[in-house]
Design a protein around this ligand. Structure first.
Ligand code: ARG
Length: 470
C-alpha cells in the first residue's frame, strides 16, 4: 500500500460500473472494497468460467462467432500474461473479474464488453469459487491418501509391535503399534469421505443465475454446467448467487480433519519426550535448542497442533459472516475467500508435514515392549481367565484381579512376578495356566474380536484398508 493510496484523495469513477457516478471512491473506500490482493488466486477459474460462458453465448446466438472467437483468444492471452507474472493487477479495478475484463478490453477492444451479457459478478464469483474449492477438495483428498499410505506402511511393519494402550493417558491394556496407527487410517478415511460428500453437493453450477433473478437472454445453463465439469445447474438463481455452504462444508471437513491431525501430533509430542521415548524423529523433522544441547524438539508436530486453531477459526469466521445475511448477494460474501484460502494452504502444509513425520519416525520397539506391561496392563486378562475357566461372574473376577494388583503394588513387583502360591492365597482356583495370560504378547494375541488388537487382526485391517483407501 503506497502512502498516496492512504490519503483522502478520490480515484476516478470505475470504468466498469461508474456510468452514473460523478466522482470516484475515496481512497479508503477503494481499500476496503478491493479484493484483488487475494481473489487473484481465482484467475484460472475466472477465465475458465468466462470461456464457458462465451461459448454458450455464441452457441445460443447471443454473441456472434467473430466476437466469441476474439473474446476466447483474448482470454487465453490474459491467462498467459497472468501465468507469466506479467499482469498488472490493479486495485482500482477491485477484483479479479474486472481486472481480467478490463485487460481483455485493452487487448480486443469493444467486443470485450459483450462478454458480460447475461451474467453478473455475483454468479461469476460464485462459479469461480466453487471451481476453486472443488480443486482444493481434490488436492486435499489426494494428500490425505498419501498420509494413509504412510500410516498403513508403518502399521504393517509394526502389526505385532506391542505398546501400552491408554485411557485417561493411564496405561490400560497392551495394544500393538500397528493397531494404534490404523485407528488414524480410519479417521482419515472418514475425513476423505466428508470431503467427497461435500464435493458431490458442491458440484452444481451457479452460472446463469446472473445478479439474482436469472436472465431474459436465452442462455443454456446446462451447457455451461457441463463445460465446467458440474453435474447440473443449480435450481434456484437466488440460491445460486447467495449461499456459501459449499465453502463451509469444505472448511468443516477440514476442521474435523485438522482435529485428527492435532491428536496424532499431540501423541508424537508425548511419544518423543524423554519420559516416553516411544519413537524418535530424525534430524529431518526436529529442531535443536539454542541453549540446551540435548534437545530435539518435535516442532512440526507442535505446529500441526497449533494450526488446527486457525482452521477452526477460519470456519468460525465464515459461519459468522453468513449467519445474518438476507438473500441474495451481499458484499459481506467477498470475505469468504481468505478463510478458505488459509484453510486450504494450512491443511496442505499440515498433512504433508504429518506424512513426512510418520514415514520418518523411528519406533523404539524395546521401550514399547517394556512399557506395554508396566502399570499392570494385563490385569483384565487374569479377570477374563477367571470368568472363562472358573465360570466366575465378571464383577467378582474384577475383584480378584484387583486384589492381585494390590498385592503386586505392595510388593513393588509386576503381576507376572507373583508366585502361584501368592496368587492362590487370593483365589485358590488360579493355576499355572492362568499365569500365562499375564504376558503382553498373550494379551494382544487374545484380542481377536473384529477390529481388535491381535496382530493377525491388525494385518487384516491393513489388507482391508489397502483395498478400500489406497
Ligand atoms: N469481488 C466480489 C466478491 O468476491 C465479486 C462480486 C461483486 N458483486 C457485486 N455486486 N458487487 O464477492
Amino acid at each position: 500500500m503506497t502512502d498516496s493510496s492512504k490519503s483522502a484523495a478520490t480515484a476516478p469513477a470505475s470504468s466498469m460500473w461508474g456510468g452514473r457516478f460523478a466522482g470516484g471512491p475515496a481512497a479508503i473506500m477503494q481499500r476496503i472494497n478491493a479484493s484483488i490482493d487475494f481473489d487473484k488466486r481465482l484467475y484460472a477459474q475466472d477465465i475458465r468460467g468466462s470461456k464457458a460462458h462465451c461459448r454458450m453465448l455464441v452457441k445460443q446466438g447471443i454473441l456472434t462467432q467473430a466476437d466469441g472467437d476474439s473474446i476466447l483468444a483474448g482470454l487465453d492471452q490474459v491467462l498467459a500474461e497472468i501465468e507469466a507474472g506479467a499482469f498488472p493487477f490493479s486495485m482500482a479495478l477491485e477484483d479479479i473479474h474486472m481486472n481480467v475484463e478490463s485487460r481483455l478490453a485493452e487487448l480486443i477492444g469493444e467486443a470485450a464488453g459483450r462478454l458480460h451479457t447475461a451474467r453478473s459478478r455475483n454468479d461469476q464469483v460464485a462459479t469461480d469459487f466453487r471451481l476453486w474449492v472443488r480443486d482444493a477438495i481434490d488436492g486435499m483428498e489426494k494428500a490425505l491418501q498419501d498420509l494413509q499410505r504412510a500410516l498403513v506402511a508403518r502399521a504393517e511393519e509394526h502389526a505385532a509391535t506391542v505398546m501400552p494402550g491408554f485411557t485417561h493417558l493411564q496405561a490400560a491394556q497392551p495394544v500393538t503399534m500397528g493397531h494404534h496407527l490404523m485407528a488414524y487410517v480410519e479417521m482419515i478415511g472418514r475425513d476423505r469421505g466428508r470431503l467427497s460428500d461435500a464435493r458431490a453437493r458442491l458440484n452444481e453450477s451457479p452460472l446463469g443465475s446472473a445478479a439474482l433473478a436469472g436472465t431474459s437472454f436465452p442462455v443454456d445453463r446446462h451447457f455451461t454446467a457441463t463445460e465446467l465439469g458440474f453435474d447440473r445447474p443449480m435450481n434456484n438463481s437466488l440460491d445460486g448467487v447467495s449461499d456459501r455452504d459449499f465453502a463451509l462444508e469444505f472448511m468443516s471437513a477440514a476442521a474435523i480433519c485438522a482435529v485428527h491431525l492435532s491428536r496424532l501430533a499431540e501423541e508424537l509430542v508425548i511419544w518423543t519426550s524423554a519420559q516416553f521415548r516411544f519413537v524418535k524423529l530424525s534430524d529431518a523433522f526436529t529442531t535443536g535448542s539454542s541453549i540446551m544441547p540435548q534437545k530435539r524438539n518435535p516442532d512440526a508436530a507442535e505446529l500441526i497442533r497449533a494450526k488446527t486453531g486457525r482452521v477452526i477459526g477460519d470456519l468460525n469466521a465464515l459461519l459468522i459472516v453468513m449467519k445474518g445475511l438476507p438473500l441474495a448477494y451481499s458484499k459481506d460474501m467477498q470475505d469468504d475467500k481468505e478463510p478458505v484460502f488459509e484453510v486450504a494452504d494450512t491443511m496442505e502444509l499440515a498433512i504433508a508435514a504429518m506424512t513426512g513425520m510418520i514415514a520418518d519416525m523411528n519406533v523404539n520397539t524395546d521401550v514399547l515392549a517394556g512399557a506395554a506391561g508396566a502399570g499392570f496392563t494385563t490385569a483384565t486378562d487374569i479377570a477374563d481367565w477367571c470368568v472363562r475357566e472358573l465360570k466366575m461372574p465378571f464383577r467378582r473376577a474384577h475383584h480378584v484381579a484387583g486384589s492381585l494388583v494390590k498385592l503386586a503394588e505392595d510388593k513393588g513387583c509386576d503381576l507376572q512376578d507373583l508366585s502361584l502360591a501368592e496368587m492362590q492365597a487370593i483365589e485358590p482356583g488360579i493355576t499355572e495356566q492362568a499365569r500365562a495370560v499375564l504376558s503382553v504378547e498373550s494379551s494382544v494375541a487374545s484380542r481377536t474380536s473384529f477390529g481388535g488388537t491381535a496382530p493377525d487382526n491388525v494385518r487384516a485391517q491393513v489388507a482391508a484398508a489397502k483395498t478400500r483407501w489406497l
